[in-house]
Design a protein around this ligand. Sequence first.
Ligand SMILES: Nc1ncnc2c1ncn2[C@@H]1O[C@H](COP(=O)(O)OP(=O)(O)O)[C@@H](O)[C@H]1O
Ligand SMILES: [Mg+2]
Length: 433
Amino acid sequence: MHNATSGSNAAAGTPATAGGAGQQAAGSNTAAAGLNTAAAGLSAAMGERRIREILDAAPDAILQVDQQGRIILLNRATEKMFGYDRTDLLGQPVEILIPEEVRPRHHGHRAGYENHASIRPMGIGMQLEGLRRDGSRFPVEISLSPSESPEMGFTTTAIIRDITERKLVEARFSAAQEKYTGDLIEANQQLEVQNREIERANRLKSEFLASMSHELRTPLHTIIGFSELLGEELHGFLTEKQKRFVGHIHTDSLHLLDLINDILDLSKIEAGRLELRPEPFDFAALVAESMASVRTVTRAKSLGTEANIQVDGAVEADRVRVKQILVNLLSNAAKFTPHSGHIRVDAKTVDGFLVTSVTDTGVGIAPEEHEAIFDQFYQTGVTTRGVREGTGLGLAITRRLVHGHGGTINVESTPGKGSFFTFTVPMRPRRDA
Ligand SMILES: Nc1ncnc2c1ncn2[C@@H]1O[C@H](COP(=O)(O)OP(=O)(O)O)[C@@H](O)[C@H]1O
Ligand SMILES: [Mg+2]
């Protein structure tokens, strides 16, 4: 539509062209919009030099293309960005600035754009590239705005931004992110392997302990049995000293048996070999039995005992293990409560759970040790002075048994005042447990 003269006039930024640029005021980026608006306002008053200056001050390449796709206007940034002189580009098809393989497509797009002209970014979701005179390429972002004027017909203004820097930063960022993710995955895998090794070692340890405990118990029963027999003097009298020695053998082998039993229990639980066998039973009767089993101690220390059981109906749980839980808590209460103290058991049902507490007026446990006492072999230093005996395994086993039933256990205690242990077990075995 345009002759070479009008093309070069446009390129030089005649008022007419500047007006054209002005109509494209709503350029997709605000800088361009501002520029265009300014251009429109200024065109008449200031003439082509001023317009030229404004265009040339823009950091982005700005060029205008006629209906045939020929470049009719360009700014200084275009020259710099693509490595051409103005005169090399004016009148050339815009495809000169585009990598060869996309040129045919570009023709089509250009025709399509004329039919659906609007202000918009070009090639959304595509990696657009510019082609320099020296054949090198660089990533660009392009926004297009159309205009129509009687003098120039349909023209398109393109604002082209070199995004090499941004791409570099993005690439560096995603490389760092990838490396970071990779490191994390690797660390995770290492952890998994370590975890498996630890689990395996732990299982082997438990299995070893389980079988060892078994081997140890058999000869121990012999020692206990025969020292008992000796002490009974059915097969001959002993001197006072011999009797005392035999007594030591008997007491200490009983203690050793306790220890071994605890270890056996714990390793069984840890090896996952402890099976709970739920059966319905009368909880009040179980409490009475359990209290009877600590009677020797409570009598010797004149401890008052009391039970307040308000449980409706039978409890369905592993009776032997629930008794073990209770006896562990009661024997601790008896052990750590000084002469003339008091022990009580309270039980009720709450929301399908049997909630039982064992309260004593004993030495108590410092708050910072409320967690640790449930660890294996943990015995508090200060509070147990003078009463140190046992294995430190009782509460570890107790907690596992409670958890095995799907319950919880916790302690409240004030040193010097007493302790209050509460455990829960479901009244019935739970389907999912
Ligand atoms: N009722 C209690 N009063 C005071 N301290 C307690 C009580 N129950 C447990 N403890 C503390 O917790 C420790 C761990 O208890 P436990 O695991 O039963 O081991 P053990 O009875 O063999 O010492 C005890 O050594 C004691 O220090
Ligand atoms: Mg104990």
